[in-house]
Design a protein around this ligand. Structure first.
Ligand code: G6P
Length: 613
């Protein structure tokens, strides 16, 4: 995780410290354990560091403001070493000649640290990052680029780094291996910016380029030069990017999470917009670069994803199998990256990632590509690293998701996957009238979600009733299984309570041993095909004194004789029910978390984008 930002002032008027603070605010989703900025003043390295969020760093800057013309900055998600000021980036060598920020992990840091300590070098943090910094200083003999190249040649693992040296007061060196870093030059002022994510360039019009693996960029006021591993100068093609300043506000909601939950009728409409043919009878994906002929010939799909995106993939598996009759496997990307990936020419890999920056998902796609698979990614963020790795990308158009806990991206993923399953179904021979019927059901989704949102106060009352428990099970069958997983993840993430989802049929294989009056079960009853089976499971829980909260369709009134509490949700066909039921689960988790007073938008220990393994 971690976010990197940097700025060199040329003819612009902005103070590099303030530019970096603004950049860090945009990158805070990548980690918020600590933040820091370093620059050079009168030949000396100066810095600010703060534990906690960027607002803490801001307060420290305000207390002793400085004008800098060059700065590197960082927001941290702790990997090596606790959350302390000493471990906050930027890191320095022992003589304070070099300052460096890093995103990634140095896997051989212990070997390198031991080597440097034997040479008498004193370390002042527990981080892997300090090893790179000290190594650069150790190899420095008057040529900054050479010392960085030499130091990086010993690093195993992944990195994006930006560093400064006090002998080079107007230069930032940047380098990457398997982590993103984008450099942008303002065509009006000549100021240079660097960032882990182009969205942190919002409000600026820049000529940008991406650093590729093992390239080193030497960025100064006068010129930006890029070298390959061997030191050969490269010519980079830039692209003009003018991202308008987007007003990111809670719009009167207490939290971004709640605002994003309420956005879902709109975001789902946006995901669907422009994706039907002129007669509204067939799905179309104009941005797809893989041909219909290829799609017609697919014999298996592999879905790769992590977290909520994995749950979306799991739900979509049923749709690809039901409508397109294509054998579909769903794999957690951190596992899939190390498997012997068996593909044929007819394998389609679909990688799902809100951010498009999840390290494991990117690595799993690379593994799939090495094995000859054709890859489509489904992302919410444009120009993400995952998009650049994939043969084709489908964008969610859900708008920036600020809350770490995913809501609107998840339901847009499901919407897009549903539409894509219908397209594949059509190509594989699904009758045109069935396609029409499915599309008309899909079109009713926004109003189904609006109905769920109108139930918020009822859901809140149930949250109040259940907030006192510390352990929860979430269960469902078929389409509702991964919906239950997703809802348990929401509760876990933002309330810090123990919540576990499992397929209801697995109950007797262990889970039931935990049932007691102190261990409630939240049942997702939206899969009519398996409702009777689920009701039997609930009877068995009731017989053992376990409290039951059921989310169910109105037609399933018999649930009242079993569940302690029932929340009736709009009637929705089984294949689409995960979407309104997930929204109900989001509201349930939100209100429990609110009662517990947690940091709902930025829960402890989490980050929105998991850029390390
Ligand atoms: C993190 C986020 C989750 C997200 C997961 C996968 O854990 O907190 O909300 O589902 O990463 O992220 P991705 O961007 O790949 O969907």
């Amino acid at each position: 995780m971690c976010g990197i930002y940097g700025h060199i002032k040329k003819n612009g008027e902005e103070n590099s410290v303030l530019v970096c603070l603004e950049g860090l605010r945009q990158l805070e989703y990548r980690g918020y354990d600590s933040a820091g900025i370093a620059g050079i003043v009168a030949g000396n390295i100066v810095s600010y560091k703060a534990v906690g969020k960027v607002s803490h760093l801001d307060a420290i800057v305000q207390a002793s403001p400085r004008e800098l013309d060059i700065a590197i900055a960082h927001t941290r998600w702790a990997t090596h070493g606790g959350v302390t000021t000493e471990n906050a980036h930027p890191h320095f060598d022992q003589n304070l000649n070099v300052a460096l920020v890093h995103n990634g992990i140095v896997e051989n840091y212990l070997t390198l640290r031991t080597f440097l300590e034997k040479k008498g070098i004193q370390f002042s943090s527990d981080t892997d990052t300090e090893v790179i910094t000290q190594l650069i200083a150790y190899y420095y003999q008057g040529d900054f680029v050479k010392s960085v190249r030499k130091a990086l040649s010993y690093i195993e693992g992944s990195f994006a780094i930006a560093c400064i040296h006090k002998d080079y007061p107007d230069t930032i060196l940047a380098a990457v291996h398997a982590r993103p870093l984008i450099i942008g030059i303002c065509h009006k002022t000549g100021d240079v910016f660097l960032s882990s994510d182009t969205n942190a360039f919002m409000g600026r019009s820049l000529d940008i380029f991406y650093l590729h693996d093992d390239e080193i960029a030497a960025i100064s006021r006068e010129r930006t030069e890029v070298y390959n591993k061997k030191g050969r100068k490269l010519t980079k093609i830039t692209e003009r990017m003018a991202l308008e300043n987007q007003k990111i506000s809670k719009e009167g909601f207490d939290h971004f999470l709640l605002k994003e939950i309420y956005e879902q009728p709109t975001t789902i409409r946006r995901t669907l917009t422009g994706r039907l043919d002129s007669n509204k009878e067939l799905p179309i994906f104009e941005e797809l670069t893989v041909t219909d002929d290829f799609l017609k010939g697919i014999s298996q799909i592999k879905i790769l994803a992590c977290g909520s995106s994995y749950h979306a993939g799991y739900i979509a598996k049923h749709l690809f199998e039901a409508y397109a009759k294509i054998l579909t496997h769903v794999e957690i990307a951190s596992e899939a990256r190390y498997t012997d990936f068996i593909t044929t020419k007819e394998t389609l890999v679909i990688a799902i990632s809100q951010s498009g920056e999840t390290a494991d998902t990117i690595a799993a796609v690379q593994n799939a590509k090495r094995n000859g698979a054709t890859t489509i990614s489904i992302c919410n963020v444009e120009r993400s690293s995952l998009s650049r790795e994939s043969d084709s990308t489908l964008l969610l158009h859900a708008g920036p998701e600020i809350s770490v806990c995913s809501t609107k991206a998840f339901t847009s993923q499901l919407t897009l996957l549903s539409l894509f399953a219908i397209k594949l179904g059509y190509l594989k021979g699904l009758a045109k009238n069935k396609v029409k019927e499915l599309l008309s059901e899909l079109a009713l989704l926004p109003s189904a979600i609006e109905k769920v949102l109108r139930l918020e106060s009822q859901i809140q009352s149930n949250s109040e009733k259940y907030a006192g428990y510390s352990d929860f099970f979430f269960i469902g069958r078929k389409h509702m299984f991964a919906t239950a997983l997703e809802s348990s993840l929401k509760l876990k993430e933002i309330s810090y309570l123990n919540a576990n989802g499992y397929p209801a049929g697995e109950m007797k294989h262990g889970h039931i041993a935990l049932i007691s009056k102190n261990f409630p079960t939240v049942a997702f009853c939206g899969n009519s095909e398996t409702l009777d089976k689920l009701l039997s499971n609930l009877m068995e829980i009731k017989a053992r004194g376990g409290p039951i909260l059921a989310f169910a369709p109105l037609s399933a009134q018999e649930i009242e004789t079993i569940a302690d509490d029932t929340l009736y949700l709009p009637e929705t066909p089984d294949w689409l029910a995960p979407i309104p039921y997930a929204v109900a689960g989001q509201l349930f988790a939100y209100h429990i978390a609110k009662i517990h007073g947690t940091d709902i938008d930025q829960p402890r220990n989490l980050a929105k984008s998991v850029t390390v393994e």
